[in-house]
Write a protein that binds this ligand. Structure first.
Ligand SMILES: *[C@@H]1O[C@H](CO)[C@@H](O)[C@H](O)[C@H]1NC(C)=O
Ligand SMILES: *[C@@H]1O[C@H](CO)[C@@H](O)[C@H](O)[C@H]1NC(C)=O
Ligand SMILES: *[C@@H]1O[C@H](CO)[C@@H](O)[C@H](O)[C@H]1NC(C)=O
Ligand SMILES: *[C@@H]1O[C@H](CO)[C@@H](O)[C@H](O)[C@H]1NC(C)=O
Ligand SMILES: *[C@@H]1O[C@H](CO)[C@@H](O)[C@H](O)[C@H]1NC(C)=O
Ligand SMILES: *[C@@H]1O[C@H](CO)[C@@H](O)[C@H](O)[C@H]1NC(C)=O
Ligand SMILES: *[C@@H]1O[C@H](CO)[C@@H](O)[C@H](O)[C@H]1NC(C)=O
Ligand SMILES: *[C@@H]1O[C@H](CO)[C@@H](O)[C@H](O)[C@H]1NC(C)=O
Ligand SMILES: *[C@@H]1O[C@H](CO)[C@@H](O)[C@H](O)[C@H]1NC(C)=O
Ligand SMILES: *[C@@H]1O[C@H](CO)[C@@H](O)[C@H](O)[C@H]1NC(C)=O
Ligand SMILES: *[C@@H]1O[C@H](CO)[C@@H](O)[C@H](O)[C@H]1NC(C)=O
Ligand SMILES: *[C@@H]1O[C@H](CO)[C@@H](O)[C@H](O)[C@H]1NC(C)=O
Length: 638
């Protein structure tokens, strides 16, 4: 059932309120604002604080991030020490290694984790992976897996806005059994579409562009953002004030999305990102890009008008609602429409048809929401805000990097910044920000649950390969990553594989690139290839997902390879060894022989990715489906 198309209260408001774009005569300062001001979705105009600089060029990290990372290093060293001490590392002088890290903490490895997009299914399997590496989760301690320090995607917004709770506590708070977007009677942990449309109206009334993603962001927020009323008052920049962030106990969160520009290819008048589109990233500190304009701007003031690096019309806070910043990373509405308009011949999510007349990459992995749903929401926006599909389709943000010389179609600096879902560039795993040399990340766990291997929604390495191609085009050091066919033919879709272990298997033939551990969501103890549009999960289902991820990360608690925990440890420390004047141990050499991609490709036509349970191959999908936990609703059914 579609959400009801009439809700007089809201229509009354929308019709009666003329948009007032004039600033009040005297703007409040940020100090004048109260909690009540932040409880509204409306951005708030304030007097500009004194700042020497609003926009900085992307020469390196911001001061805030550099300082934060420096503060984080001792915490990582603590975690790393107890982690490595639990491992049975042989012929490795752990004491010397740790002493040398103590002496120069700059050499403490920087570890990242990237969780792919792919809606609820990916968010929840990714949460399982987060949980499996969390050293506060006791089986993880037993199984000797590390603590990480940078991340991406929906579950990460939960992790940081809830001030870094244990993953189990966080999942409890999420209420994964509630189907999002459907009518609900639970007004504490969910809200109706009508309520959420009323919530976002003040932003529109204040004269800011509104898009379908403001609504989707609210829907996601009731699950993934901390705070009453679906995290209504929670901003992303506010995360920097949370105790566990200030004390460097949590990872630094990072989101990213590519930019659309006027010259992009379009289908039915709907644009799709180019292969070389600029990728923007945002943290609680800053938003900006390392490609494209190569500039950064404080996240806290996103939404204000800037020209040539200076505020035009006062300053703005409260635009960076956590819900909106989450929605911004997931705007695939353009692809959903293209797919629906073309009867699934173009644009199937996550198919990125970038080159007319035939899409260069023709993927047809899964269907987007039906046209009736998209049209239903479109007519709600039309009625409530008089916004046409063209006006509400893309996220549209006042561009902090706008210049007085730019024209709307002068490529990368239009008046409004328009960002879409990164899977549209075949990069569903947010690896780009983590791969920037300025961050010096040594090791990344890349969790892929985009479900891009048709027809069974497993994974085939497309996204990791996609970032490799993008890194090549932009000259950023990255491991060499073989084709998806190689992933399938050599079973990297079900088995942990490291990329870039040796210098000669990186793009730059040196050790600047991080080592990347690829893990695609795979059936170890459960068939977790849920549809991306399943939007609720029973507690039993959730438990099955968590155990499956734990079994995958721990390789069945070592039953598949008793030395796996040590092998993972080897990859974690590898890049730092040269820095502290040490060499790879024989054990690590052995491990790398087993788990590192060796540079060989197998591009022969692969079959479908159709794996059996790794820990119990005789337990078929059909039998599991019949006997396993049931329950869950589908987003597309709303
Ligand atoms: C802040 O909230 C107060 C109390 O609700 C209200 O009177 C005031 O107009 C708000 N200020 C801004 C700038 O929105
Ligand atoms: C540790 O590794 C050594 C060989 O490297 C092995 O003999 C020993 O059994 C292992 N100990 C444990 C507790 O796994
Ligand atoms: C899609 O299918 C509908 C109904 O079968 C048809 O009217 C329409 O022309 C088709 N559109 C395209 C682009 O094929
Ligand atoms: C990998 O997945 C993508 C996305 O579904 C698909 O287009 C591509 O054909 C797949 N590649 C192989 C080799 O199966
Ligand atoms: C701007 O857009 C117009 C219309 O699409 C086009 O003719 C023109 O070439 C574009 N100019 C630039 C500089 O891209
Ligand atoms: C983009 O920016 C211009 C100029 O500020 C504004 O008039 C326009 O409505 C904005 N929004 C969209 C969706 O184009
Ligand atoms: C991949 O896994 C299948 C099923 O377990 C096995 O038959 C095949 O030999 C494996 N291929 C490689 C290259 O390891
Ligand atoms: C890469 O270097 C390693 C270590 O020096 C060597 O063992 C390996 O054979 C090389 N691989 C390739 C593909 O050149
Ligand atoms: C990589 O570096 C090694 C050692 O400096 C050199 O022998 C080798 O030829 C280089 N390989 C490539 C592909 O540049
Ligand atoms: C591994 O340990 C976890 C946590 O204790 C447990 O849930 C899981 O069933 C175990 N897996 C195997 C294969 O024994
Ligand atoms: C899940 O995976 C199994 C094994 O590949 C397959 O048989 C099943 O059809 C898949 N389910 C879905 C919904 O794609
Ligand atoms: C089993 O398959 C049916 C039909 O595809 C599906 O509705 C149901 O959710 C599946 N059960 C499980 C446990 O995945």
């Amino acid at each position: 059932m579609l959400p009801s198309l009439t809700w007089p209260a809201l229509l009354g408001v929308a019709a009666a309120v003329a948009i007032d774009r004039r600033a009040p005569a005297i703007l409040p300062t940020e100090d004048d604002l109260t909690a009540a001001n932040y409880s509204s979705y409306a951005p708030i105009q304030v007097q500009c604080p004194k700042r020497d600089q609003w926009v900085r060029s992307a020469g390196g990290l911001s001061n805030e991030e550099s300082l934060w990372v420096e503060g984080r290093k001792p915490k990582v060293l603590e975690g790393l020490t107890s982690y490595l001490e639990r491992l049975n590392l042989s012929d490795f002088d752990l004491e010397t290694y740790l002493t040398r890290l103590q002496e120069n903490k700059a050499n403490v490895p920087t570890l990242g984790m990237a969780i792919s997009g792919g809606a609820w299914s990916s968010a929840l399997t990714g949460t399982g992976a987060l949980r499996a590496i969390d050293d506060r989760f006791s089986p993880a301690v037993e199984q000797q897996v590390p603590t990480y320090n940078i991340g991406g995607s929906w579950p990460v917004m939960g992790l940081v806005t809830y001030n870094f709770p244990t993953i189990d506590a966080m999942i409890h708070a999420w209420h994964v059994d509630i189907s999002r977007g459907t009518a609900t009677t639970d007004t504490v942990h969910a809200a109706t579409i009508q309520t959420m449309l009323e919530q976002i109206a003040p932003k529109h009334e204040a004269g800011y562009d509104l898009s379908y993603m403001d609504l989707l962001g609210r829907i996601f927020a009731y699950e993934f953002v901390a705070g009453p009323n679906g995290g209504m008052a929670t901003t992303l920049s506010g995360v920097a004030d949370l105790s566990n962030f200030r004390e460097h106990n949590m990872p630094l969160p990072l989101w990213q999305a590519p930019q659309l520009v006027a010259s992009d290819t379009s289908f039915y008048g709907i644009r799709v990102p180019a292969d070389n589109a600029a990728i923007y990233e945002w943290t609680p500190f800053e938003i900006g890009s390392w490609t494209g304009p190569e500039e950064f701007f404080p996240t806290k003031y996103l939404g204000m008008k800037m020209v040539d690096g200076l505020p035009v019309d006062g300053c703005v806070v409260n635009y960076d609602k956590a819900s909106f910043m989450l929605g911004m990373a997931a705007d695939a509405w353009n692809f959903w429409l293209i797919e629906a308009y073309s009867n699934n011949t173009l644009g199937s999510f996550a198919k990125r048809a970038t080159e007319p007349p035939q899409p260069k990459r023709s993927l047809s992995k899964r269907d987007g929401p039906p046209l009736s749903l998209l049209n239903g929401i479109a007519s709600l926006f039309q009625q409530a805000y008089s916004l046409s599909v063209n006006a509400a389709l893309y996220v549209s943000i006042p561009n902090p990097f706008a210049t007085s010389t730019s024209t709307p179609n002068s490529t990368i600096v239009p008046t409004n910044l328009t960002l879409v879902d990164e899977s549209e560039m075949l990069q569903a795993i947010p690896l780009w920000g983590l791969s920037q040399p300025a961050r010096g990340v040594d090791f990344i766990l890349a969790w892929d649950s985009d479900g891009d291997a048709a027809p069974y929604s497993w994974n085939n390495g497309t996204s990791l390969h996609g970032t490799y191609l993008y890194a090549q085009a932009h000259g950023v050091p990255f491991p060499i990553v073989p084709s998806p066919a190689t992933f399938i033919n050599r079973n990297y879709t079900t088995r942990p594989t490291f990329f870039g272990c040796d210098a000669n298997l990186t793009m730059t033939n040196n050790t600047q690139a991080p080592i990347i551990l690829y893990m695609g969501n795979a059936p170890y103890s459960a068939y977790t290839n849920y549809s991306a549009f399943q939007s609720s999960f029973s507690d039993e289902n959730m438990a099955v997902i968590l155990t499956n991820a734990f079994n995958q990360l721990s390789q069945g608690n070592g039953t598949l390879d008793a030395e796996w925990p040590e092998c993972l440890g080897c990859a974690v420390v590898e890049r730092s060894l040269a820095k502290v004047g040490m060499r790879r141990s024989e054990q690590c050499e052995r491990c790398f022989g087993r788990y590192c991609w060796d540079g060989r490709s197998d591009d022969g036509a692969p079959g479908f990715v159709d794996p059996a349970l790794v820990l119990d191959p005789s337990f078929s999908f059909e039998e599991w489906n019949r006997t396993g936990p049931q329950g869950g609703e589908f987003w597309a059914e709303v």
